[in-house]
Design a protein around this ligand. Structure first.
Ligand code: NDP
Length: 672
């Protein structure tokens, strides 16, 4: 008998007297006992806020990203222990991979994003500085800092591991501690993964806690710096978001709930095309993976009227080969629903669909391999008048159930897709980019994600139902109105965006990044002879001037082949409103700039890896003289041996007018 424990304020707490029996879905027998112990909610919140939060905030984004990466590695090593419990939830090994390895993969991707896209510090710089005064002495910068409270994650039963990790990764990367509350039905799998995280020793004390069972009155104790992230049913979401204390304190409430996801077969994708085959495969997978218990699963299949019989026939052929039964049997394609009550819920929804549909396959009376288990055959319904239907567009049967519906034209298809009232994902299978554009314009506003596949990329596409950590997961309206993941976007949900206004010096001190107008310094040696560790933010070099001659311009033009008239033909150049006559190539100026600021000897600078934000502000005419200023703007550790130094480079002419600006990226060794 499994006895998953809560982890509260650093202590494991076993199930109490009021613990709930958990019956497994495979044969109905009791597999666990969970919850029922009184938890000191206030002590948990205090431990997170006063111990976990400060410890996490003390670290920078990159420290936390490294911690998440290490955690992903640790969990990968122990994943078989999780697979051993996975089948108890009714899931096959393939289903388990989506949950377990999908969750660990999400952790790793978010960690990678943190290293690559967030600064090596404690303040996230959001966008470019804004000039707020004519003389540049007063500027604005949006920054994001971690919230100083605790994130309470309330998760659904269907993804016990992914559901926890996809919320934890952005929360911890942001620098916020979390209290995780898994759905009780599958909490033993979440607990096993959570316990590994604690045993890894990788997370600071107070960073994570676990509630097995109910959260008690925890939401009544949340405040302005706390966040609730919820996944589950719309009814529970409504009840929780209506909590007066949450509303009084404007506690952020992210919700991901019911979603009536649709897929559209494009008018071009008729039987015999690769698109048609891809469509059938995708729909069939969506019905059977996790026995249809995926928030992103396809519930409504929209097909051109003329293709209805082909699609029905092909889907029936595919679904007839799906073996339903014991998820631990390798030949089983689809396991059980998560519980008997979940099956009862699906049957109830099926009954509501009956007046609007006819059943093509899937007998609700068929109890499958084991009558005591929560098995349900893949069920394909057909609705011939989707305009008249209501239940199908409003109710989610959270199981292996999907309904085929005909559409007349694309406008009709998108109207039907949008009738779900807001979804997590809608997909379109087409090889026609114009169809894709029309569908996007008509329906993107109603769906958190649009997944568009043609025959050519069907094999490499990631799957309708797979939320990618890089991409936003969430949707408007019925889907909850929340947003998760989406790379760094998901991290910002656990941070406060603050507009900082002040002098460039103040802004630079806060962000740890130099900006124009902030003080500069001169180092003891040429910047290219300074190691990553030695070079200081704001360290700057001004070069001597160089005169640009007509010979230089002509030489460069013939050497590179860039004989554009603005450089070579005085009359044509004069006729151009941008130029006073023949001018130097922008690329010539860049090359001269490098010639001016480079220190040629071997040293710590390893490579020039690119430049950002290049702009040319003023033309340079023959006879003009340019000089360059190179200033260390930003430093980011990349590997154990070198990091990236970003240099602000400006070119000015003999009158002191800026003619070009860019950011130069170099890789620089930590040591000499
Ligand atoms: P619920 O909304 O009942 O539960 C979701 C989570 O909320 C669980 O952790 C649950 O805990 C918790 N919870 C329930 N009541 C409270 C409360 N008063 N205070 C704090 N936490 C609470 O959803 P289920 O997981 O049971 O799924 C039911 C339906 O939700 C499905 O049939 C499906 O339609 C939909 N669903 C939608 C998903 C989506 O992402 N679109 C995902 C999963 C489900 P406990 O388990 O202990 O009750």
């Amino acid at each position: 008998m499994l006895k998953p424990e809560s982890y509260a304020a650093g202590t494991w707490i076993a199930p109490g007297d009021a613990a709930r029996a958990i019956h497994g879905p495979n044969d109905g027998s009791q597999i666990a006992v969970a919850g029922g112990a009184a938890l000191d909610v206030q002590a948990m919140l205090d431990w997170a806020r006063n111990t976990g939060g400060p410890a996490l905030r003390e670290m920078g984004f990159h420290d936390r990203a490294r911690m998440l990466k290490a955690l992903a590695g640790y969990l990968t090593e122990r994943k078989e222990e999780l697979y051993a419990l996975n089948t108890l939830t009714g899931a096959t090994r393939r289903d388990g991979a989506v949950d377990i390895e999908g969750g660990i993969g999400t952790l790793a991707v978010i960690a990678g994003k943190g290293r690559r896209e967030m600064p090596d510090g404690q303040v996230y710089v959001d966008g470019a500085p804004e000039g707020l005064s004519r003389d540049g002495s007063f500027v604005g910068q949006h920054i994001c800092v971690p919230l100083q409270g605790v994130a309470v994650h309330i998760n659904a039963f269907n993804f016990p591991v992914w559901g926890m990790l996809e919320k934890l990764a952005p929360t911890l990367l942001a620098g916020m501690p979390a209290i995780v509350k898994p759905a009780t039905q599958t909490c033993y799998l979440t607990e096993a993964c959570f316990r590994m995280m604690i045993e890894s020793g990788l997370l600071p004390e107070g960073a994570v806690q676990l509630v097995v069972g109910g959260v008690g009155d925890m939401l009544d104790h949340l405040g302005a710096q706390d966040v609730v992230s919820f996944t589950g049913s719309a009814d529970t979401a409504l009840q929780l978001r209506g909590n007066v204390n949450l509303m009084r304190n404007s506690v952020r409430f992210h919700s991901e709930q019911d979603s009536l996801n649709a897929t559209i077969l494009g008018p071009d994708a008729s039987a015999g095309t690769p698109e048609f085959d891809a469509f059938i495969k995708e729909v069939s997978n969506e019905i059977t993976t996790k026995a249809g218990q995926k928030c992103t699963a396809i519930r409504r299949i929209l097909v051109p009227q003329s293709a209805m019989s082909d699609v029905a026939e092909a889907l029936l052929a595919r679904l007839s080969g799906v073996k339903v039964g014991d998820p631990s049997d390798e030949s089983t394609r689809m396991g059980a629903l998560a519980s008997a009550s979940q099956k009862a819920d699906v049957l109830e929804k099926l009954a509501a669909f009956t007046p609007e549909t006819r059943r093509l396959t899937g007998d609700p009376e068929d109890t499958g391999a084991n009558p005591a288990g929560a098995y349900l055959a893949p069920t394909l319904l057909q609705c011939d008048d989707p305009d008249a239907a209501t239940a199908l567009h409003q109710m989610e049967a959270f199981g292996p159930v999907s309904t085929l519906m005909p559409y007349r034209d694309l406008a009709h298809a998108t109207r039907l897709a949008n009738r779900g009232g807001g979804s997590l994902v809608a997909s379109l299978v087409t090889a026609d980019a114009d169809v894709a554009r029309q569908v996007t314009l008509a329906s993107a506003a109603w769906h958190g994600r649009l997944y568009i596949v043609g025959g050519a990329n069907a094999k490499s596409a990631t799957g309708h139902g797979a939320p990618m950590p890089h991409m936003v997961h969430g949707g408007p309206g019925r889907a909850g109105g929340g947003e998760e993941l989406g790379g760094v976007r998901g991290v910002l949900h656990y941070m406060q965006r603050t507009a900082i206004q002040g002098s460039p010096e103040v802004i630079a001190a806060i962000t740890g990044q130099w900006m124009p107008g902030a003080p500069t310094s001169t180092g003891p040696a040429h910047p290219f002879q300074r190691t990553f560790t030695e070079i200081a933010i704001g360290e700057s070099l001004e070069t001597k001037p160089r005169t640009v001659t007509l010979d230089d311009i002509e030489h460069f033009a013939h050497f590179t082949g860039d004989t554009f008239y603005a450089h070579m033909d005085e009359d044509a150049a004069r006729a151009n409103p941008f130029f006073p006559g023949r001018v130097a190539h922008g690329y010539l100026l860049l090359s001269f700039a490098a010639g001016l600021f480079v220190q040629p000897d071997p040293g710590p600078v390893l490579a020039n890896t690119g430049l950002n934000g290049l702009s040319f502000q003023k033309p340079v005419s023959p006879g003009d003289s340019i000089r360059c200023r190179l200033t260390c703007a930003r430093k980011t550790r990349r590997t154990d041996t070198y990091g990236e130094v970003a240099w602000n480079v400006t070119l000015t002419n003999q009158d002191g007018d800026q003619v070009a600006q860019y950011e130069l990226l170099t890789m620089v060794s930590y040591d000499r």
